[in-house]
Design a protein around this ligand. Structure first.
Ligand code: UT7
Length: 335
């Protein structure tokens, strides 16, 4: 979908927030738990450490709530100012109620609408794009968007090719109606292709596992990933969606203040940067410190970039993410 033409309203990002658990899990910690090494993990992924929840103290719910609370504070708003909350996550504690409902109650947002959205690592960008469209339609005025995953609760720490990649984090943004229709999302894509879903999935019961799935001894309720297949998909999709966003808006990399990208693997990010000729200072990277936090990563990056003073009103940014489903999403925003 292109352009803001015909919409009477624009959308302003009024505030952002993020939350990560206190506990740092280093590569050395992982090497003491499984057959891996700091060198292998750094070389193959660019990750040095990640944050993981301490059970009983932190969870997907607390990270989601805290990130949204910080975004509201940043915006100078209260929960009761929101008319909708969207939480993108594959690791919310329950499917009913949604974590969005529980967070809404905790932050005094009732009777705001609330739902969780499942689009794996693409979730935050899916939710940001959806919220922009809802505000532009005139039906909503203020939406809290949260992207979060507590991956430590759904990875099997006996499975070294999956567990080393992931960490826990949440990022949130408050979108509000603005009189300037050129402000907000000027181009967006939310897409999927379910054909290759078995390359990344979370089986709840035996019947969820496709018959031709490789025999991996992973517990039910834990993530399964064919890393190489997802890697190949991600490398080509990452470049394709950025190129499409630029071509469709007539912008060049020079016009973009920041490319805010899913932190999947440093080699995937470097490959896109190299193929598209994007300068280092325009592609924020924090995977070395936080790992891949699935739906949390883009929101965490956005909040860190804003709080570091790297963005100004009037800047144009590009969001990009891809992941399980398989799903992918991008958007171009005038801040
Ligand atoms: O967020 C969106 C969803 N996910 C992604 O974007 C992830 C995309 N995929 C990846 O990032 C990479 O595929 C991984 C980091 C997960 C794995 O890296 P890789 O370079 O694709 O490794 P591999 O799975 O092809 O394994 C290569 C070798 C194997 O040994 P052999 O068969 O060559 O002897 C593995 O057994 O490395 C071995 N290996 C490890 N060795 C030490 C796999 N995991 C580890 C490990 N430590 N943690």
């Amino acid at each position: 979908m292109t352009s803001t033409a015909g919409f009477p309203h624009g959308v302003r990002i009024a505030g952002t927030g993020s939350a990560v658990p206190e506990r740092v899990l280093t590569n050395a910690d992982l090497a003491s738990m499984m057959d891996t090494s700091d060198e292998w993990i750094r070389q193959r992924t660019g990750i040095a450490e990640r944050r993981i929840c301490t059970p009983g103290k932190e969870s997907a719910y607390t990270l989601q709530r805290d990130s949204l609370e910080r975004a509201l504070e940043d915006a100078g708003m209260k929960g009761s100012d929101l008319d909708l909350i969207i939480v993108a996550s594959v690791s919310s504690e329950m499917t009913c109620p949604s974590n969005a409902c529980r967070i809404g109650a905790a932050l005094g947002a009732a009777p705001a609408g609330a739902f969780d959205l499942v689009a794996a690592c693409s979730g935050f960008v899916y939710a940001m794009n959806l919220a922009d469209s809802l505000i532009r339609s005139g039906r909503h005025k203020a939406i809290g968007v949260v992207g979060c995953d507590a991956m430590s609760t759904i990875v099997d720490y006996n499975e070294r090719s999956v567990s080393i990649l992931f960490g826990d984090a949440a990022g949130a943004a408050i979108q509000v109606r603005d009189d300037n229709p050129d402000k907000g999302c000027i181009y967006q894509v939310i897409q999927s292709d379910g054909e290759n879903w078995p390359s990344l999935f979370l089986p709840r019961k035996k019947e969820d596992i496709p018959p031709n799935s490789p025999e991996i001894d992973i517990e039910l309720g834990k993530l399964r990933m064919e890393g190489r297949d997802v890697y190949r998909f991600a490398v080509s999709k990452f470049k394709e969606v950025i190129q499409d966003a630029l071509n469709s808006t007539g912008l060049t990399a020079d016009d973009i203040a920041q490319f805010i990208c899913h932190q999947s693997n440093i080699r995937i990010i470097e490959s896109a940067k190299e193929k598209l000729g994007l300068p280092d200072e325009k592609v924020y990277v924090n995977i070395d410190r936080y790992g891949n936090s699935s739906a949390g990563s883009v929101g965490l990056c956005f909040d860190q970039i804003r709080r570091a003073g790297k963005l100004e009103e009037g800047d144009t940014v590009v969001f990009v993410a891809f992941g399980g489903g398989l799903t992918w999403a991008s958007s171009v925003w005038n801040l």
